[in-house]
Design a protein around this ligand. Structure first.
Ligand SMILES: [Zn+2]
Length: 206
């Protein structure tokens, strides 16, 4: 596997908090798309705005050279992504063109997925999948909320409401505390590793 990562994120303000790396996997067709890159940066900006209050800053890095499908249609296909998402201290995001709802007909914007397939070595790998044309501006932020242990809310003004949340939704103080607790647990367990942006990669290309 190639270790070179391509940094695309804007520099973030220095300050207290935990810098995490969001490794983005997308098919070569989407990697070449300026529209997809702009979309991704907007999702990331929104996620950072939401998680800032929990002391989390995400830095976007690309992992090129991996064959990621453009469409994910089944549980099995979601599970198949696990091989690209090791428990290596980073968050892993897959961007696709179509993400089927595996519980009912239709498609969904995004999902926080945990590998529950047969391969022991892949068990408990967790990652996010987002559908580029369907995602709302804050879908990445919402799925990260699930990653950090939040369930759904019924308050339209809350980020964790789905569907039908307001355009400007936010997390409640108790949810931010839960995110912080989940972050501390993940850092202790080594599932996540704080990586100041300057040390994002031994081979960063601009
Ligand atoms: Zn949700």
């Amino acid at each position: 596997m190639r270790s070179a990562l391509l940094l695309l994120g804007l520099p973030f303000l220095l300050g207290a908090g935990t810098d995490l790396r969001l490794v983005v996997h997308r098919s070569p067709a989407l990697a070449k798309s300026g529209e997809a890159t702009a979309w991704l940066e907007a999702q990331l900006a929104r996620a950072n705005a939401q998680l800032e209050a929990a002391g989390i800053r995400l830095h976007h890095a690309e992992r090129p050279g991996v064959r990621i499908p453009l469409e994910i249609g089944s549980r099995r296909e979601r599970h198949a992504l696990a091989e690209h998402a090791p428990i290596d201290g980073d968050l892993h995001l897959f961007v696709v063109r179509r993400l089927a709802n595996v519980d009912a007909a239709g498609e969904i914007c995004g999902v926080h997925w945990r590998y529950r397939g047969p391969a022991r070595a892949l068990r408990d790998r967790r990652y996010l999948i987002l559908s580029l044309p369907d995602a709302l501006p804050d879908t990445l932020a919402h799925e990260l909320g699930h990653y950090f242990g939040l369930g759904h809310s019924r308050d339209p003004a809350n980020l964790m409401t789905s569907p039908g949340r307001a355009a400007r939704s936010a997390l409640a103080p108790w949810q931010l505390r839960r995110v912080q607790a989940a972050l501390r647990g993940a850092l202790r367990a080594g599932a996540l590793v704080a990586r100041p942006s300057a040390q994002s990669s031994p081979a960063v290309r601009k």
